[in-house]
Design a protein around this ligand. Structure first.
Ligand SMILES: CC(C)(COP(=O)(O)OP(=O)(O)OC[C@H]1O[C@@H](n2cnc3c(N)ncnc32)[C@H](O)[C@@H]1OP(=O)(O)O)[C@@H](O)C(=O)NCCC(=O)NCCS
Length: 160
């Protein structure tokens, strides 16, 4: 990829070299789940997001809950290394994962739920071509405030 500072690669192998500093339980749990995940299949797959220049694992992206009869799957993405956020990696990983879903898994549609206050995630999804399709109002509580959960969807010809 042209600019290695803004390039991420997807890697399907185990993240066993990742250190998980104590106190960062959420990240440790996430990495542990990644290490124990089932072998990637067309039902569910999780990939590590590595920086191309350093080969450093900075996050995970995946598709799951696939319904083959209607060709849909649900996207998740997480940049666990906070210094990896806001540098374009999330958007690139989402684009790569969706392209994999459409080309390799035969999907017609990819969807996700995101809290309406998660501006970075929503911006990232919009850039990849997702559109808002609906809302479950006040179903997520954070910091004592109720938020809507936004349903976003992407059809194959909308990926950009
Ligand atoms: C959501 C997430 C995957 C986005 O990945 P990222 O690499 O940080 O995002 P990108 O750098 O690709 O940025 C995408 C867009 O969001 C914008 N953005 C980034 N941080 C932002 C913020 N805090 N507020 C508003 N917009 C923001 C960027 O400006 C960029 O748009 P631009 O290129 O037009 O400027 C990442 O921040 C993350 O893992 N967050 C925690 C987990 C999470 O929320 N996952 C999603 C659950 S639904």
């Amino acid at each position: 990829m042209a600019d290695s500072r803004r390039s991420a690669g997807l890697r399907g192998t185990c993240a066993s070299t990742v250190r998980t500093p104590s106190g960062r339980c959420r990240k440790a749990k996430f990495v542990a789940e990644y290490q124990d995940r089932p072998v990637p299949s067309y039902d569910s797959c999780t990939f590590g997001i590595e920086t191309v220049d350093e080969g450093r694992l900075i996050g995970l992206v995946g598709l799951g809950d696939t319904q083959h009869d209607i060709g849909t799957s649900e996207l998740t993405v997480y940049i666990g290394e906070t210094d990896g956020r806001g540098r374009g990696f999330g958007t690139e990983a989402v684009r790569l994962m969706c392209r994999y879903g459409f080309d390799r898994m035969g999907l017609r549609r990819i969807q996700l739920w995101v809290a309406d206050g998660n501006a970075a995630a929503i911006a990232c999804y919009l850039k990849a071509g997702f559109v808002e399709e609906g809302r479950a109002r006040r179903t997520f509580r954070s910091g004592g405030v109720w938020h809507d959960m936004v349903l976003m969807g992407l059809l194959e010809d909308e990926l950009r």
